[in-house]
Design a protein around this ligand. Structure first.
Ligand code: G4P
Length: 498
């Protein structure tokens, strides 16, 4: 076990992500939290990492946005004797996979909902990942200063659409133009309007009291009302989070469960951010520390490469400033300068042979063959594709029938990013060939004979993923459901981890 001073540091950590549909107010809320932490001093200091809708094919704009997002990857600050780490998630839905992976590195999440729009598509999807991982979530109903949906309807919608029990912790005094303040339900104002009195009777009759154990299990979400823009209801959220959100949680590795208070350092890589300057191919690999304490210039074991490595210039992120750090604790994220040694999912330890689980790949939504458009540059193309896939930009499958490479993405924008980066960073040219594909399914069975038969019959639809696993590329929902019907002993998984 770590010395108690170090344990105390770990207990102070609150590492979380803010998730929302674009425009619900994630950036505004983040900024207000940073203001409370004294990490920034003026509003407007946090740049949105949003890739604006109008800019989807404007490359300079995307590059600029990528530059901003490295600065906002992790925003650390101290508040009320705690250390807060907010992990940023990309706003654009074409990069949803990045967000999924970031969610594997947090101990809790705040879901921001626009009270005029209710629960929107992207929030629903991200919440599915939280539910799968049983991540504790808090809900912030934002924009109460606008005319929006009725608070009770919003509560109902959150319960139904997010698939989690909800209970309000604060309540709004008015809405729209009349919205002035919020109050904690366990500290109610003595003078209440008849409308509020009615609301409170209803709340007491319908909602359970906040029960921390249920929240920590991921079964109950405390709900807050407010306006990030007007800074109303934000401090209540932050104070509650400091008090109730979990400090770093145990993390499951294939070999065993790792406890944050163990004295030996362990960490896994959940994100790789490439340098934007094509003349200096360097990256920052972001590691979430799972246990112990990280020290600068100390040798650690890179499990996949079976190699000791030390880091002279590890960085942490305080607000938006990147700083070299001498030490960091479980719950923190360190950025390690990298020249191609790391892949998403890599583990660093003090010598133990550990592999952290929980970095699943999800079935992509769009698929294209990638072909070489410049025969002189095959090597560059292969290297570029491999490195971009290690960075987690998209997923690569190789057809077992003809060896052709297939790239799977969540959105069109990723194909454009790949093509652009191959050209500018690797001097390679690619061309795409459309591929009508519905889903990539990782297949598994206890019945070897049936599995073999399936693979033979479906040979033209079989591919191999980067880890060498068999993947069935179903070209339509119908084909998939027929396969499920015909091969009862085969399980078709939509994520690579099962
Ligand atoms: P996002 O990161 O989730 O995409 O949302 P962001 O914070 O950028 O907010 C989206 C828009 O909603 C912004 O307006 C922002 O000012 C506004 N907003 C955020 N919180 C509130 C709130 O509590 N009340 C009201 N009324 N508006 C809110 P914008 O016009 O797109 O940008 P800007 O010109 O204000 O920066």
């Amino acid at each position: 076990m770590l010395p108690s001073a170090d344990q105390n540091e770990i207990l102070k950590r609150r590492t979380f992500a803010i998730i929302s549909h674009p425009d619900a107010g994630k950036t505004t809320l983040t900024e207000k939290l940073l203001l409370y932490g004294g990490a920034i001093h003026v509003a407007g200091a946090v740049k949105s990492n949003k890739i604006r809708k109008t800019a989807t094919s404007d490359w300079m704009e995307i590059e600029k946005q990528r530059g901003i997002s490295v600065a906002t990857s992790v925003m650390g600050f101290d508040y009320a004797d705690h250390h807060i780490n907010i992990l940023d998630t990309p706003g654009h839905q074409d990069f949803a996979e990045d967000t999924f992976r970031t969610l594997t590195a947090v101990d809790s999440a705040i879901v921001v909902i626009d009270s005029a729009k209710g629960v929107e598509a992207q929030t629903r999807r991200l919440m599915e990942v939280c539910r799968m991982r049983k991540t504790p979530v808090m809900v912030f109903m934002n924009k109460m200063d606008r005319e929006g949906k009725d608070p009770f309807d919003l509560m109902d919608e959150a319960e139904k659409e997010l698939g989690i029990h909800c209970t309000p912790v604060t309540w709004a005094n008015g809405q729209g133009l009349k919205f002035e303040s919020v109050f904690a339900l366990n500290n109610r104002p003595s003078e209440l309007s008849p409308k509020l009195q009615e609301d409170l009777e209803m709340i007491d009759g319908v909602y359970p009291e906040f029960y921390k154990e249920a929240y920590l299990r991921g079964d109950l979400a405390p709900v807050f009302f407010g306006s990030a823009y007007k800074t109303i209801g934000v401090q209540e959220l932050l104070d509650f989070l400091v008090e109730n959100a979990p400090s770093p949680l145990p993390v499951t590795a294939e070999e065993r469960t790792v406890e944050p208070m163990e004295d030996k350092f362990t960490a896994f890589c959940f994100k790789i951010h490439a340098n934007m300057d094509p003349n200096h191919r360097s990256c920052i690999a972001f590691f979430k520390i799972c246990s112990g304490k990280f020290l600068r210039n100390t040798y650690y074991y890179h499990v996949r490469k079976d190699q000791q490595m030390r880091f002279a210039a590890p960085t942490c992120f305080m607000a938006q400033k990147k700083e070299t750090v001498d030490e960091a604790f479980a719950g923190d994220v360190v950025g390690l300068p990298d020249t191609g040694n790391f892949k998403i999912g890599d583990t660093l330890t003090a010598g133990e042979h550990l592999h952290f689980k929980g970095l699943p790949s999800f079935s992509p939504e769009m698929f294209k063959y990638i072909d070489n458009a410049d025969p002189m540059k095959q090597k560059q193309l292969d290297k570029g594709i491999n490195q971009l896939m290690d960075e987690g930009v998209a997923q690569l499958f190789v057809s077992q029938l003809n060896g052709r490479k297939i790239i799977g993405t969540v959105g069109q924008l990723q194909f454009e990013v790949i093509q652009y980066r191959l050209e500018h960073e690797y001097q390679a040219k690619c061309k795409w060939q459309p591929l009508q594909m519905y889903k990539a399914c990782w297949i598994e069975s206890n019945d070897d004979a049936e599995l073999d038969m399936f693979k033979k019959r479906k040979a033209q639809y079989m591919a191999t993923d980067k880890e060498g696993r068999d993947v069935f590329m179903a070209d339509s929902a119908y084909v998939l459901s027929m396969a499920q019907q015909d091969y009862k002993h085969i399980t078709f998984h939509f994520t690579s981890e099962f």
